[in-house]
Design a protein around this ligand. Structure first.
Ligand SMILES: [Zn+2]
Length: 771
């Protein structure tokens, strides 16, 4: 792993607040970068971005740069604070006010009105979490310069009323992973293609699905140093979308939104999105879509929605990285919610088509962010008042009219089958500022006896909604394209129940009979260890990596690294090497489509050295590897490839079944284990499988197939999320161990290491890897 500690060490000196006697002139981005921001075919490196913000910090009392810590690969992770110089001079005071606005219990009697009158609007602007959305690397530079130097009424109102916290990149490593690739490929046929590797070391594009599990360094820094200290009322998250739809998406979102979000949040979000649309339309911007494509169901992308703030996503149309594209009007494609060729109530002014450049992207992103800041600054009082009210409702346990009655508390017994997931789950809640308490004496609730010390999460606390969203099962609404038609696909997955993912017993109760402790301190991190695999290379493990970068491959590495299980990455040309058995005992195929596994990066233009996939030669080598005593472990979709490519005596019963008849877009399903199987000997919790575009198996010849886990024969397996046609799964196999020659092929029909969260199923994975 590459580390950039030298840059980080230099910065920790530089970022110390100093008393600059004489300030240099405020630099423009171009004067530091050496090119105009948004120029065709020009992207800054992360060092240049940091350099620019350092120079702004040195030149203006209206901006302060902070290094929050180090990224996954060791780069400096920075945030800048922008506002009036008087505001920035006394940031702790404004943070204190914000804290008392957030938590009504911390206020002195009669203090509310003055807090609302004096409080600042806190806006967090986050950019370029997805590193191939390269406008987001440039826009923060333009935006910061305009905020610091602007003397127009909007700029003055923003600085007077708002503390803008700008995170120029939520993934600084990716700025260079994509930028280096782009610069290296300029002028070649593959200029503008995505790099053949993940742009976040572990999570790739999934790095913005980490806002409740908090697995990655960048998420942790943002939550610990910004969200939990500053409680932003508005989070503006700058993204890019496909090249041939609308020019920008701005909320309102499509239905459904997650039911624990306070409706005030959604109301504020909707009006702000339309206010931005109004301003941009008045500027003459076209191609703006509202109520389209994106929903607000999963908390994995929306920390703010459970913490008193709105998360306003913008998605601007992309080019080919920094290379311009030509998009004829006739080639624009209908999107969910609108047709970019037709004016409609939520798409008021179609874009005429033509050339689309990085400069256009930066222009739209800057314009949208500016409109957000200008519109909200002028409504400072309403935002602060609204924020205070959301917090008051939360601590009083007063829910919006029409919302379901909430349980009083969630009870989490100390005695759990495995302590590591229990600790991991409690730490997630605590990192999200949920107060966890302990029962002070034994008690009985819902006819169950609980011991003193039982963990208690009361729902009438500032972030009770966050806790409830993560601790309860999801019931995703049955949305169809038309009555009795196919399912209307959610934007993301539909389940996020931590106790089910982690194998922890939790109970909701309507009343709670005993007293509790004060909130406990952060529980210590769990000790993560797999006997026989952690810290030893006795078992020689390979993890396959495709040039069509697969997110699940990154998550697999992350989980292995967390448990200190050594492995070697294996690429296509090594798989085709017939000496596999002399190097490995087990090869893991992470979740990836059969087509990509077989053929490689099919959608990108790449040099010959990166073309191709496992192919027939690789499949033959893997077959020989198993026959010679090796083990292959395949996750989810990769199992489909293994059945065909290795000629296994199995079929996927969901093959060819339409979405109308079967659909599960990321749900938690109950499975039953064969307790005789050696693969389940360390499984202690109730098994729940993460099912996402997954297969379900049936043996065509059961002589060599051992079914390790199957879906229940007598009931629908859904425990959280959305499942249509659950009867198709009844009694079908979810995990099989196929004997082939002297070896084994173990197929998971689910993701046992889903986004690093499904700790309850990790034992099955470790047993398979150790088989
Ligand atoms: Zn994105």
């Amino acid at each position: 792993m590459r580390r950039c500690t030298a840059l980080l060490a230099a910065l920790s000196l530089f970022a110390a607040p100093g008393a600059a006697q004489e300030r240099p002139a405020v630099p423009t981005p171009a004067s530091v970068l050496g090119f105009e921001p948004g120029a065709d075919r020009k992207l800054p490196s992360w060092a240049q971005v940091v350099d620019y913000f350092q120079k702004l910090d040195a030149a203006s009392p209206r901006i302060r740069m902070r290094v929050l810590g180090a990224t996954t690969l060791g780069r400096p992770f920075i945030a800048v604070f922008i506002g009036d110089s008087a505001t920035l001079h006394d940031l702790p005071k404004w943070r204190e006010i914000q804290q008392r606005l957030a938590d009504a219990r911390q206020r002195r009697p009669g203090e509310r009105d003055s807090l609302v009158m004096n409080g600042k609007l806190i806006v967090l602007v986050t950019s370029s979490i997805h590193s191939d959305e390269v406008g987001g690397i440039v826009t923060p530079l333009v935006l910061a310069h305009r905020l610091v130097t602007g003397e127009d009424p909007d700029a003055r109102a923003i600085r007077a009323n708002t503390i803008v916290i700008l995170v120029p990149s939520l993934n600084p490593d990716g700025v260079d992973i994509v930028g280096d690739w782009y610069r290296a490929t300029l002028g070649t046929p593959w200029e503008g293609s995505d790099p053949p590797r993940l742009y976040h070391w572990y999570t790739g594009h999934d790095n913005n699905r980490d806002w409740y599990a908090f697995t990655q360094a960048e998420t942790q820094l943002t939550v610990d140093s910004l969200h939990d200290l500053w409680h932003p009322m508005i989070v503006n998250d700058i993204h890019q979308q496909d090249i041939d739809g609308g020019r920008i998406f701005i909320p309102p979102y499509l239905d459904p939104f997650e039911p624990n979000i306070d409706p005030i949040v959604m109301a504020a979000l909707d009006q702000l999105g339309l206010a931005i649309t109004w301003r941009m339309t008045a500027e003459g911007k076209t191609g703006i879509a509202n109520f389209a494509t994106y929903d607000a169901w999963t908390p994995s992308r929306a920390f703010a929605h459970y913490h008193g703030g709105v998360r306003l996503l913008t998605e601007t149309a992309s080019a080919r990285l920094a290379t311009p594209v030509d998009i004829p009007f006739d080639s624009l494609k209908p999107q969910r919610g609108f047709d970019p060729k037709v004016a409609s109530w939520n798409f008021l002014s179609p874009w005429p088509g033509g050339r689309w450049t990085l400069g256009d992207i930066v222009d739209y992103q800057t314009s949208a962010t500016w409109a957000l800041l200008a519109a909200s600054a002028r409504e400072r009082g309403a935002w602060v008042e609204s924020f205070a009210t959301i917090g008051e409702r939360a601590v009083l346990g007063k829910r919006a009219p029409g919302r379901e009655k909430w349980p009083a508390a969630y009870l989490i017994p100390m005695q759990q089958p495995d302590q590591a997931p229990l600790r991991a789950m409690l730490r997630i809640l605590q990192r999200g500022q949920v107060e966890v308490r302990r029962a002070t004496s034994p008690f009985i609730a819902n006819r169950v006896r609980y011991s003193a010390g039982t963990y208690v999460v009361l729902t009438d606390q500032p972030y009770g909604a966050f806790a409830k969203a993560l601790l309860e099962a999801q019931r995703y609404p049955d949305l169809r394209e038309y009555p009795n038609g196919p399912p209307r696909a959610p934007y993301d997955v539909t389940a996020h129940t931590l106790p089910l993912l982690m194998g922890i017993g939790v109970a909701a109760v309507d009343s709670f009979p005993v007293t509790t402790s004060e909130p406990i301190a952060m529980v210590p991190p769990p000790k993560l260890e797999v006997p026989g695999l952690s810290g030893t290379t006795a078992r020689r493990i390979g993890i396959y990596r495709s040039n069509a970068a697969a997110i699940d491959e990154g998550w697999t590495r992350w989980v292995f690294d967390q448990y200190h299980v050594p492995f070697t990455t294996v690429v296509d040309r090594e798989l085709r090497d017939s000496a596999l058995r002399s190097r490995f005992d087990v090869i893991v195929l992470p979740d990836q489509s059969p087509r990509e596994l077989q053929d490689g990066a099919v959608s990108e233009t790449y040099p010959d050295s990166l073309k191709g996939g496992i192919g027939d030669a690789g499949a033959a080598a893997l077959q020989a590897f198993v026959n010679d005593g090796g083990t292959i472990v395949a996750f989810n979709d990769a199992s489909r490839w293994a059945i065909t490519a290795l000629g296994l005596p199995l079929r996927d019963v969901l093959d060819g079944v339409s979405a109308k008849d079967f659909y599960a877009p990321g749900s938690l399903l109950r499975v039953e284990l064969d307790r005789e199987s050696p693969l389940v000997k360390t499984m202690v919790s109730h098994p729940v499988a993460w099912f996402e575009h997954s297969p379900a198996f049936e043996a065509t010849d059961s002589t060599h197939v051992a079914v390790v886990a199957r879906y229940p024969a007598g009931e629908d397996p859904l425990v959280s999320g959305w499942l249509l046609g659950g009867d198709k799964l009844r009694g079908k196999a979810a995990l099989v161990d196929v004997t082939m020659g002297k070896g084994h092929v173990i197929l998971f029909g689910f993701r046992p290491q889903y986004r690093g969260q499904s700790m309850g199923m990790f034992p099955l994975m470790w047993e398979a890897v150790g088989r």
